[in-house]
Design a binder for this molecule. Structure first.
Ligand SMILES: [Fe+2]
Length: 446
């Protein structure tokens, strides 16, 4: 518990802490204080709340415990910016977050600076290993909120009648198009199945819900080479789960979220403004609920993959694709990112780079497109603890474990997930009616 940490580990974490904290601010740079107050749906939170809550996390779970003499920035913030940690403090109802006109943005930014300085001083002072682990958890927590800042501002701007544009400038770097556009009938990559190990391996960071690593048996299966680009099947009740059909009726769903039609012309609202559907037809469909993903798969004559089929296919592959770092901020056709499969961390447990090799003995293609990035991929798996799952001790045990009821697992990250945040064993989870995330479909078959 009170073991100390090698200075190199502390320095690396210091750099990662600084860059993640700065990126959060950069994501909010184009927002006005009024933008930062909007909470457009029950699921979303105002950007200002995200800025404060991510600082609250470090103050509550790192500084209070490990920084001797730490002075709380404001004792009321301990409960005001608590999200859901029942055993830590009380908290206001989530729907009230847009009523927090005070503290103002300036004060929230001062809170961030106060926390930044204290965490950096702690990191400079040879902290115990447990403090380092908590800071790393806080950094990963903040990356999750970076994604939420963007999904929440997309929702906020969509309900604004002016439909403001979050980002206007071109994404960098520009990439050249290859003639590798997956087209024609959807092709599938076959996997032999057999005995596999699932869950995170090695000493690098992971969330508690990725553990323990355990053995699973997989029957032979196949995964579609890319995500689904089309849409259909909304008017056939025979395709839908009972709860899903009820959701279609209750919400009047007839197209994915952010699609709208004017004079027969469909467009999709994105962080780069409204885009004509005609220009997005090779991009994967996004902002679908699990119910829609499941019904689409049935309509197309396939199914969704289980999360462990997905993980077995992803383990050892290079983490590359249209992630937040590409600057695209929207799903793009698979070919557009072909040149961005650049050097970077692999998703394998060994940390070694793994070449992309043909896995299909028939050998007509060699790549699972859009495995990481573009859209989170709904799986057919309910979000449960792995055999032997143990939540983190104390209040942090509430981070993941208490949500293991009524939610489905998504894999792979999206166009707004930081690349350093995602890996093959990463488990995202949402209720099956969730649409405001960048969530799409990869088909599977047995
Ligand atoms: Fe949080």
């Amino acid at each position: 518990m009170s073991t100390t940490t090698p200075p190199a580990a502390s320095t690396a974490l210091s750099e990662r802490f600084r860059s993640v904290r700065q990126r959060t601010l950069a994501l909010c740079q184009s927002l006005t204080p009024e933008d930062m107050m909007v909470q457009s749906t029950a699921e979303a939170s105002p950007a200002k709340w995200h800025l404060a809550h991510t600082s609250w996390f470090f103050e509550s779970f790192v500084l209070r415990e490990f920084q001797r003499g730490y002075k709380l920035f404001n004792p009321d913030f301990a409960w005001l910016f608590n999200s859901y940690y029942q055993t830590f403090a009380s908290f206001p109802e989530k729907r009230l977050r847009s009523s927090f006109s005070r503290p103002g943005v300036e004060e929230v930014l001062r809170f961030r600076t106060h926390v930044d300085e204290a965490v950096e001083a702690l990191l400079d002072g040879n902290p115990p290993a447990e403090a380092l682990e908590r800071i790393e958890l806080g950094v990963n927590h903040e990356e999750q909120h970076q994604e939420l800042i963007l999904t929440d501002i997309l929702s906020a701007f969509y309900v604004n009648p002016l439909r403001p544009v979050y980002r206007t400038e071109e994404a960098e770097p520009r990439v050249s198009k290859r003639d590798t556009e997956p087209s024609g009938p959807l092709r599938f990559l076959r996997f032999e199945g057999g005995m596999h190990e699932a869950g995170h391996a090695g000493d690098s960071f992971c969330f508690d819900n990725e553990l323990p690593r355990h053995r699973v048996w997989l029957a032979p299966y196949a995964l579609a080479e890319r995500l689904v680009m089309e849409d259909g099947g909304y008017r056939r009740p025979d395709l839908w789960l009972s709860d899903g059909w009820n959701a279609v009726q209750d919400h009047g769903w007839s197209a994915p979220l952010y699609w709208s039609s004017e004079s027969g012309e469909w467009s999709i609202f994105t962080l780069r403004g409204a885009q004509p559907l005609s220009r997005r037809k090779h991009a994967p469909v996004s902002h679908l609920s699990y119910y829609e993903a499941d019904a689409y798969a049935r309509w197309a004559g396939y199914r969704l993959p289980t999360e462990l089929e997905w993980e077995a296919a992803a383990e050892g592959r290079l983490i590359a694709g249209n992630l937040l770092d590409s600057g695209r901020l929207m799903p793009v056709p698979a070919s557009e990112m072909a040149d961005i499969d650049a050097p970077g961390p692999s998703s394998g447990s060994s940390g070694e780079r793994v070449a992309l090799l043909p896995e299909n003995p028939a050998g007509s293609f060699r790549h699972l497109w859009q495995l990481f990035g573009d859209c989170w991929q709904w799986t057919a798996s309910a979000y449960l603890g792995y055999p032997g799952f143990r939540p983190l001790p104390g209040s942090l045990g509430e981070y993941n474990g208490k949500f293991m009821s009524g939610q489905m697992v998504l894999r792979g990250g999206s166009c707004i997930t930081p690349r350093a945040h995602i890996r093959a064993s990463y488990r995202n989870f949402f209720t099956p009616d969730t649409r405001w995330q960048f969530s799409g479909i990869r088909l599977a078959s047995s």
